[in-house]
Design a protein around this ligand. Sequence first.
Ligand code: UDP
Length: 242
Amino acid sequence: MAALATTPVRARVLGIPVNVSNDVFRDAVALHGAGGGQIVTLNAEMTMAARADPALGAAIEAARMVIPDGAGVVWALGRQSHRVRRSPGIELARHLLEHAAAVGWRVALVGASPAVMDQLRERLAHDLPNLQLVFSVHGYQPPKAWPGLESQLLQARPDLVLVALGVPRQETWIQALPQPRTGLWMGVGGSFDVWAGVKNRAPRWMGALQIEWLYRLIKEPSRWRRMLSLPAFAWAVLQERR
Ligand code: UDP
């Protein structure tokens, strides 16, 4: 039955696939048991990016799990009568790390700045002393270093790989790695910066009001151009025929 558990209903938002699930942790553990695969955390910005970027679109299409990480995607699913709650990728990733420490999964971390990666290793050693961290590298390697690092990573046979290289690179990088690969492979954006204590998540009340995007815009005004995709997303969803 493991295969069934890993193939929940797949809907589409503006043509981009997303799993209709309210228990993404259970689905991810089942996916690990069924041989693993890529997990994508979809929000409105990424949906619009995927429509314009065939490589990102193909990576999402090929992913075994696409979780609704974003109020916009949850809203768009609601218009199709799919009731799901928002599943922030950073929360699923943390839950999977804790599970990994509890059950002995081999974990790999890729990405973020050298200082953030150092800080993160220290924090994880303190917070999750049983975590088997079998591979960890920062994300600012010279291009010639990547092929060797990728082979080392695959040889480490990880059960869980969290990749913080930013969208779309983390998704396309994971997808381009050679098969066969086991384990869960997930792009986590700025999660390492948050876990290392370098960045904060939006306060809870902003999450409840579904305006986390506003917090990011205030903290990182350079994101404004990327964020123009949010009204474009809303408009496109409103225009979409059921
Ligand atoms: N990053 C990296 N290498 C790069 C570019 C970015 O490791 O060449 C890291 C960056 O340090 C940060 C993460 O990728 O930790 C991207 O975070 P962001 O919040 O921008 O993620 P996004 O919004 O793209 O998901």
